[in-house]
Design a protein around this ligand. Structure first.
Ligand code: NAD
Length: 422
């Protein structure tokens, strides 16, 4: 059953709506349905932090373990002012389905702290991270729950998580967290992995739809870890990036952007993206989504394409880099427009796949070359893409529901084999 209109922007309800449709089409047994619908554990932590001024402040953090049926929980930690338990719960469930779509042996989890990292010093961020990790030191662990970066956190944050955890368990445990710096057991290719996975899906979709890569017009909303890497890689591969946006606004340029220059402008010269001097028309951060293109990649945040604006989306392929950029209420409109969708739980799964490779390498104590990482990623993404699209075609469902069905079926089979411990 779809969530009511006023709840369209509740991501948990959006996630649930897709789960319900997929579970119904799959004919999931009632008991399994109830089991998989609910998370396994949720925790809220109150984090006391001394600000640089000496003033004490309490920050609120969450961690949700949705499932550990197929392996340890896996999922990022988000630092953002609008983090809330419903969002973290939805993101945790998505991680379960995402890991299952690409068939890696993890469950799903997610965490977050309500804070604005742009208004906190490095020292304050470190203290928040360490206290959050300390509070959760019994939840985390390479065989229990393995965090990673998400919005507002990065490899430095993961280094602090690793160090705090190691201090608590009194041993070096690099596999407790992924997305770490290379010097601390991180994996080659992890930084680019989500963007690379998106491109691999787009390459596959072009083959499927018999479209050419050269000159294929791409718009990317979000120029953070996911969006900027996707843009750089796709530009280098021959795609024409005609639209970009970050939180400060968007830019359109039909001639295509020179991506290394844009990247340098934003990341080395530290300028706002819309002020890029290399050409382009300024539009709002949301308006880029509605400009005609071949491939649209929302890679910023949730709830960008809704029932109110989906009609204006004008692309052939919608490849979701962010988690939950399209609300469940917009699904029908996108489908009716005949847009080929690469859903988030498939499209952005390159990140968690290379996180899995990182976890494997840490546990082996043996590290792979970047070419090996990318080759293995290619295998996983191609195979997962093909399975989802084949399922969609043979069962006459859209790619999003097909991805959910493939995932739920895998988790349900593992659950049946394990049985219920009571
Ligand atoms: P990030 O914090 O590095 O970047 C976010 C980008 O989006 C920034 O450029 C920011 O300016 C922009 N942005 C934020 N709100 C916006 C808005 N309303 N309009 C336009 N731009 C906006 O985060 P990230 O790691 O790139 O993650 C982006 C999305 O991808 C999130 O939904 C995240 O959950 C998802 N994701 C990330 C990874 C990963 O490996 N980092 C993996 C899978 C999914």
């Amino acid at each position: 059953m779809l969530a009511s209109a006023q709840d369209e922007l509740n991501v948990y309800q959006s996630a649930e709506a897709r789960f319900e449709i997929a579970a119904q089409k799959l004919g999931l047994e009632d008991g399994l349905y109830k089991y998989l619908k609910h998370p396994s554990k949720e925790i809220k932590v109150y984090i006391p932090i001394a600000r640089d001024t000496g003033q004490l402040e309490i920050f609120i953090g969450f961690r949700v373990l949705h499932s550990s049926i197929r392996g340890p929980g896996k999922g990022g930690i988000r630092f953002a002012p609008d983090v809330n338990i419903d969002e973290v719960r939805a993101l945790a469930a998505w991680m379960t389905w995402k890991c299952a779509v690409v068939n890696i042996p993890f469950g799903g989890a997610k965490g977050g702290v309500i804070c604005d990292p742009t208004k906190l010093s490095k020292g304050e961020l470190e203290r928040i991270t360490r206290r959050y990790t300390a509070e959760l030191s019994e939840w985390f662990g390479p065989e229990r729950d393995v965090p990673a970066p998400d919005i507002g956190t990065n490899d430095q944050t993961m280094a602090w998580v690793l160090d705090t955890y190691a201090m608590h368990v009194r041993q070096a445990t690099t596999a407790v967290v992924t997305g770490k710096p290379l010097d601390l057991g991180g994996s080659q290719g992890r930084k680019e992995a989500t963007g690379r996975g998106l491109m691999m899906c787009c390459n596959r979709a072009l083959e499927k739809l018999k479209m050419k890569r050269e000159g294929c017009r791409v718009i990317i909303q979000g120029f953070g870890n996911v969006g900027s890497q996707a843009a750089l890689l796709m530009h280098a591969a021959g795609y024409k990036i005609i639209g970009l946006a970050d939180i400060n606004g968007g830019l359109l340029n039909e001639n295509g952007f020179d991506l290394p220059k844009v990247y340098d402008w934003v990341y080395n010269q530290r300028n706002p993206l819309p002020a890029f001097p290399g050409g382009g028309t300024k539009v709002s951060a949301q308006e880029v989504l509605f400009h005609p293109c071949d491939i649209l990649v929302p890679a910023a945040t949730e709830n960008q394409i809704t029932s109110k604006n989906a009609e204006r989306v004008d692309c052939k392929i919608l490849c979701e880099g962010a988690n939950g950029p399209t609300t469940s209420h917009a699904d029908a409109v996108i489908e009716k427009k005949g847009i080929f969708i690469i859903p988030d739980i498939l499209g952005n799964a390159g990140g968690v796949t290379v996180s899995y490779f990182e976890w494997v390498q840490d546990r082996q104590g043996f590290f792979w070359r970047e070419s090996e990482v990318n080759e293995r990623l290619q295998d996983v993404m191609d195979h997962s893409f093909d399975q989802v699209v084949k399922y969609a075609e043979t069962h006459e469902v859209n790619n999003r529901i097909a991805a959910y069905i493939v995932a739920i079926d895998r988790v349900a089979r593992a659950l049946k084999l394990r049985g219920i411990y009571a």
